[in-house]
Write a protein that binds this ligand. Structure first.
Ligand code: HEM
Length: 393
C-alpha cells in the first residue's frame, strides 16, 4: 500500500511516485477520499478540466488560485497586466543588480547557507517590490512564508490548511499559526493605505484600484495579497535552491553553463521538471467523474502529482536522469489550462538572473559538507530545501 500522505515522503517523494505509476497511474484512496493522479496525460487532463473545481479542495477564497469559471477569469484578467512581458522586462535590470550585489557579497565565503542568503533573499525582495512593502518587512515576509510552509507539515490535511488560513475559509486565522494571522493583519492595513495613496507596489496598487472601483471586495484584495506573498516567494526560491544543489554536485556542469550561457534556459527548464517546486495541485470533483478509467464520486479530492507526471517515462525519456540540455521539455511545473501560473514569466526571469549572477560572480560552488543530508521542508505539496551549506570559492 502506497501512503502518499506519509510525512517521510517530503524528503524524497520519487520512489512513491514510481510505485504509484507502476500500480496503475491513478489511485483512488477511498478511505481518505483522495484520488492521486501520477500519470502525465491524466494529470494534464485534470489541470485542463474546468469541471473539476479548484475552489473547494484547498479552502481558498475563490479569487484567483481558488476560483472557477467566470469569477476566476474576471480576477485573473485584472491581475494579468501585473505579470505581462512589459512588466517583467521592465524590472529585469533591477533584479539583475539585486542578484549581482548579493552574489558579490557572498563570494569567498567558505560556508554559507545559500537558501537563506540567496535563494530566498531574491524572490522575497521582489515580492516586497510587487506589494510595495518597505524592505524592512523582509524578515516578516520570510516569517510568513515559513508559517505557510509549516501548515502542511507531514501530510495533506486540508482542514489544517483551512484552519490556519482562516479568513480564506470564512473565519479568523488559526491563532496557533500566528505567522499567517500576522501576514493578514499587515496586508489588511497596507491595502487600506494603498486605497488612499499608491504604495508603489504594482500588484498592491492594481488590486487597491479594483477595490476602490468596487470590482473586488476588501477581503478579496487581502486574499490576493496573501497568495502573492507565498506564490511569488516560495516557488522561485525553491527552484534556485534545487538548481544550486545540482550545480554544487556537478562542477563540470557549472563550467558548461559558464562557457555556454545559452544552456542556462534549458537547464532551468530541466530543474523545473526534475524538482518541481509545486509537487501537487489539488482539485475537487463536483460531479461523479472518471479519470483515466477510474471512477470517483462527487466531492473527491483530486491530487495532481506534478512531480510524478514530470517523471513519467511515457512522456520523458530516461526521466530519472537530469539532462541539462533536454529538448521538448513539456513539464507541468507551472500547471496547465485556466490556472496556468500567472507568474511563470516573472519566475523564470528571476531564476535566470539569479543563477546567471551566481555563475558569473562565483568561480566555484561546492558543497561545504558533502556528507550533510539534504533537508527539505516537511510539506508534501511543495519541494523546498530548508538549507544548503555551500562554499563559494
Ligand atoms: C518559478 C516558479 C513558479 C512555479 C514553479 C509556479 C507554479 C505554479 C503552478 C503549478 C500553478 C498552477 C496552479 C493550479 O493549477 O491550480 C501556479 C499558479 C499561480 N502562480 Fe505560480 N509558480 C511560480 C512562480 C510564480 C510567481 C513568481 C508568481 C508571482 C506572483 C506566481 C503567481 C501565481 C498565481 C497568481 C497563480 C494562480 C493562477 C490562477 O489560478 O489563475 N507564480 N503557479
Amino acid at each position: 500500500m502506497i501512503d502518499l500522505e506519509a510525512s517521510s515522503i517530503a524528503q524524497d517523494p520519487y520512489p512513491a511516485y514510481r510505485a504509484l505509476r507502476a500500480a496503475g497511474d491513478v489511485f483512488y484512496d477511498r478511505s481518505r477520499n483522495i484520488c492521486y493522479v501520477g500519470d502525465y496525460q491524466a494529470a494534464a487532463d485534470v489541470l485542463r478540466n474546468n469541471d473539476i473545481s479548484t475552489s473547494q479542495g484547498v479552502g481558498l477564497e475563490p479569487t484567483v488560485s481558488g476560483g472557477d469559471g467566470a469569477p476566476h477569469n474576471r480576477v485573473r484578467s485584472y491581475l494579468s497586466p501585473a505579470f505581462g512581458a512589459p512588466r517583467v522586462t521592465g524590472i529585469e535590470e533591477r533584479i539583475s543588480s539585486l542578484a549581482s550585489g548579493l552574489a558579490e557579497r557572498l563570494r569567498g565565503r567558505k560556508r554559507c547557507d545559500i537558501v537563506a542568503d540567496y535563494a530566498m533573499a531574491i524572490p522575497e525582495t521582489i515580492t516586497a517590490w510587487m506589494l510595495g512593502l518597505d524592505e524592512s518587512r523582509l524578515p516578516d515576509i520570510r516569517r510568513w512564508n515559513n508559517a505557510m510552509l509549516s501548515v502542511n507539515r507531514g501530510g495533506c490535511p486540508f482542514s489544517k490548511l483551512k484552519r490556519a488560513i482562516g479568513r480564506i475559509a470564512g473565519r479568523k486565522p488559526d491563532p496557533r499559526n500566528p505567522g499567517i494571522a500576522a501576514c493578514r493583519t499587515v496586508l489588511e492595513s497596507h491595502l487600506q493605505q494603498a486605497g488612499r495613496k499608491a504604495s508603489g507596489g504594482w500588484v498592491t496598487d492594481l488590486v487597491a484600484e479594483k477595490w476602490k472601483e468596487g470590482e473586488l471586495s476588501e477581503s478579496e484584495t487581502v486574499d490576493i495579497g496573501m497568495l502573492m506573498v507565498f506564490a511569488a516567494s516560495q516557488t522561485p526560491s525553491s527552484l534556485i535552491g534545487s538548481a544550486v544543489l545540482i550545480l554544487a554536485r556537478d562542477h563540470g556542469l557549472q563550467q558548461r553553463l559558464r562557457n555556454d550561457p545559452q544552456l542556462l534556459k534549458p537547464f532551468i527548464e530541466e530543474v523545473l521538471r526534475f524538482e518541481a517546486p509545486v509537487q501537487r495541485k489539488c482539485r475537487r470533483t463536483t460531479v461523479p467523474t472518471e479519470i483515466a478509467g477510474v471512477s470517483i464520486p462527487e466531492g473527491t479530492i483530486v491530487q495532481c502529482l506534478i512531480g510524478s507526471a514530470n517523471r513519467d517515462p511515457k512522456m520523458f525519456s530516461e526521466p530519472e536522469q537530469f539532462r541539462a540540455d533536454r529538448q521538448k521539455n513539456r513539464h507541468l511545473s507551472f500547471g496547465l489550462g485556466p490556472h496556468f501560473c500567472l507568474g511563470a514569466q516573472l519566475g523564470r526571469a528571476q531564476v535566470f538572473l539569479a543563477l546567471q549572477a551566481l555563475l558569473q560572480s562565483i568561480p566555484s560552488i561546492t558543497l561545504a559538507d558533502a556528507s550533510e543530508r539534504t533537508c527539505y521542508a516537511d510539506n508534501n505539496l511543495v519541494r523546498s530545501l530548508l538549507r544548503l551549506s555551500v562554499s563559494l570559492g
